[in-house]
Write a protein that binds this ligand. Structure first.
Ligand code: EPU
Length: 428
């Protein structure tokens, strides 16, 4: 119910620090279940998907201790429940990682089947294919996915390159008997991070980051202290925000290698990008020019940056074509951008953007996480006031986005639903 109010038209200038990666954290937190001892996780982002994951662990019997805002000690030894109920699972699609982690540890799991999704069809057939290949029985019954069995390593070929199925196959096979060879695996940075985390507990995983991952099952996983990688997409979002506002921003706590597809595309659009060891400077000193973008699994241009880069292209000179190569429907935000003056037509998975060079503030609604981030970028670049509704989508995956942007000089504030009610009451 809360809103962001943005007064746009101000270049972002200064330094900003990126938090831990959402899509690594939502897999690594359930992965702690596999340990036989407590684990400490550092650089955990303060976002609602993380709070939900930690709450699920707590509800299942784990002891979750907050050491500071980004560090948690999790003791999984008290887990006595293998079921993630609908109420928790419906709030976060990534709750499907509890399937792989519980199955890998206890040989059984029951998790609510993920429901509808704004990005289009989101099956989990490849997750279930992997579990079945390892010897599990998989059933979908009254909205719940039940998996159980004694797992034995096997050859698994994913028919679709899937981040979630790759991670779930790793989670399920890490303690299975013998060798699992996972082919056509996804290669995103968070896949490598999950493998590094599991290996730091004593797992034997090789090849993460390539399309063949070999997992030799081990009997026991031990305690670890592990720091989650920085969020590639949060960093990319601030890179685009800097470019869209004609700003000059140093983005800190990043891994430049993870940002290469984004940096390369920004340079084509006319944005300056300078890499340092663990930071990246983005600034603009000339016109933005059209470019075509096609999203693909890593190391291609990430789909989770598609709405943000499309927003930038509305400000560039010329006609750009953006093709979505991962999700069925990732252009639902376009209607909102049109309200802000963007000239975009969509046909299936292809959007044609006529750069208008400017956007104007308007009341808009975030329909999902990255769509919300794109609307924030649009609001920062537009002249006038933009009010973004349904910001709970944004808070799922961006830590304190309003405060971080304020640090760069942005005029953005959060208006709570209660404040609005009070204003209306006063006016009556
Ligand atoms: N797919 C199948 N069958 C499956 C699994 C996936 O057909 O069993 C298809 C999907 O329908 C989609 C494609 O494969 O067309 C890729 O899906 P993938 O499984 O890779 O996506 P995911 O694991 O569900 C993660 C991220 C998404 C990100 C995608 C692609 C998490 C929690 N989510 O989703 O992140 O877009 O990978 O990189 O890691 C976001 O952060 O905003 C977000 C949506």
């Amino acid at each position: 119910m809360d809103k962001f109010i943005i007064k746009g038209g101000r270049p972002l200038v200064g330094e900003i620090t990126v938090s831990g990666a959402k899509n690594a954290a939502v897999a690594i937190i359930p992965a702690v279940i596999l340990s036989d001892e407590p684990c400490v996780l550092e650089n955990v982002p303060d976002i609602s998907d993380v709070s939900i994951s930690l709450k699920i662990l707590h509800e299942m019997g784990a002891d979750v201790e907050t050491i500071n805002a980004s560090t948690f000690r999790i003791d999984p030894r008290g887990i006595n429940n293998y079921c993630v109920p609908y109420e928790s699972a419906r709030k976060m699609r990534a709750s499907y990682y509890f399937l792989g982690a519980l199955l890998g540890k206890f040989g059984q799991a029951r998790v609510s089947m993920p429901g509808g999704c704004p990005l289009g069809d989101r099956p989990i057939d490849q997750h279930l294919k992997a579990f079945t290949a390892l010897g599990a029985d998989c059933n979908i019954d009254h909205g719940m996915v039940d998996v159980s069995g004694k797992l034995v390593g096997n050859q698994i070929y994913l028919d679709v390159v899937s981040v979630g199925a790759t991670m779930n196959a790793m989670l399920a096979s890490v303690k299975a008997i013998g060798l699992t060879v996972l082919e056509n695996a996804a290669k995103e940075p968070h896949i490598v991070d999950l493998a590094n985390f599991l290996n730091s507990m004593g797992a034997d995983i090789m090849g993460a980051g390539t399309d063949v991952i070999k997992i030799r099952g081990v009997g026991k996983l031990r305690s670890t202290n592990y720091s989650i990688i920085p969020d590639q997409i949060e960093a990319g979002t601030y890179m685009v925000a800097a470019a869209a506002t004609g700003g000059d921003v140093l983005i800190k706590n990043i891994i430049p290698k993870h940002l290469e597809p984004i940096s390369a595309k920004l340079e084509k659009i006319g944005v300056n990008v300078q890499e340092f060891d663990d930071s990246i400077r983005v600034w603009v000193d000339g016109p933005l020019v059209k470019s075509n973008v096609k999203t693909m699994p890593h190391p291609g241009f990430p789909t989770d940056m598609q709405p943000q880069i499309a927003t930038l292209l509305t400000l560039a000179e010329g006609t750009s074509i953006v093709t979505e190569g991962v999700w069925e429907q990732r252009f639902r935000y376009v209607d909102e951008l049109r309200r802000m003056g963007a000239d975009i037509s969509v046909d299936g998975k292809v959007a044609v953007i006529e750069g208008t060079g400017e956007l104007m503030g308007a009341p808009v609604k975030a329909c999902d996480l990255r769509a919300g981030a794109a609307l924030i970028i649009a609001g920062l670049a537009a002249y006038g006031i933009t009010e973004i509704e349904d910001i709970y989508h944004i808070e799922r995956g961006y830590e304190n986005m309003d405060l971080k942007l304020q640090g760069l000089g942005a005029e953005i504030s959060k208006k709570s639903f209660q404040e609005e009610v009070d204003i209306i009451k006063e006016a009556l």
